[in-house]
Design a protein around this ligand. Sequence first.
Ligand code: ATP
Length: 344
Amino acid sequence: MIQSRKTSDYAICTIGSHSALQILKGAKDEDFKTICVCFKGKTQPYLSYKVADEIIEIDTIEEFFKVEKILMQKNAIVIPHGSFVSYLGHERVKKIKMMHYGSKEILEYESDRTKERQWLTKAGLLMPKVFTHPEDIDRPVIVKFHGAKGGLGYFVAKSPDEFYEKMKKFPEHEEDKDYAIQEYILGVPVYIHYFHSKLNNELEIMSFDKRYESNADSIGRIAAKDQLTADINASYTIIGNIPIVVRESLLPDLFKMGENVVKESKKIVNGGLFGPFCLETIIKKDLRIFTFEISARIVAGTNPFIEGSPYTWLRYNEPMSTGRRIAREIKEAIEGGKLEKVLG
Ligand code: ATP
């Protein structure tokens, strides 16, 4: 790593997927060189939108560790995103030697449901009740399979009998007890996009989204009797993201929640959580906010806001995506001789 205080001496890189377009565009807007590490056959968006100064193609994720040396020679800083973490897994993320933005350690907490729950409940967040034994199901529950991509196969049940009946379709998970049973929270999903600056120790709310999921978001388009006839079960395959502006009186609580999560994170990992993160919540009609998950890195729900969101506009008066906010933080760290502070 060189000790230069000039942004143009560094490159920002990530894997071509998830939120790479805004990460690379944001980095370019902040005067970084940009590199996209891309799977063969997936380069077109990064070429067409001209966000990458350089594209390095790989066949498999294992090759990332081969190109890492080249990236290090180019003084590149890698920005982890959802697909990056999911392709590599948090254990392999720890093995990355090149400059890595954000805490690696905290990724272990977001990928382990028990650790995540301890962290968030200690931070005072409301979470859906968890049922350890299917026999205890006494209300509607959502059954989630570990490692299910995009909520594939999740189902809703409201009694032990219904649970066992529906579970028959998934013998592999039944055998391994590879599922989590959570109280089903009836309300609207709201994904809160935060950014915690390590440099000024301030928490920002960047934007909010809800997800557009197949087929959960289309079931309402056919009559209930037809849903029953066709025996349709809801699935939650993510297709896209829809921006939200929340009721303004909720904002004070939403800021507090984010601050408490950061405060608590400092007790569990060195340096705590910083940079972008997201609380995935469901807000009930009585306005109680239930958090069912945290993502401790940039989420794809920030993608509608490449030009900025209503909230970043209030604060910045210039287009400020979460990707650009990351690059701005790194730039300020470089110029202030504090780059180490934002690396993990
Ligand atoms: P990841 O975000 O790790 O990819 P995922 O997409 O596999 O996870 P979740 O985000 O946990 O799955 O949930 C998928 C869908 O299920 C979302 O639409 C979410 O709103 C809904 N959901 C999750 N937990 C609950 C809950 N406890 N009550 C009601 N709905 C829930």
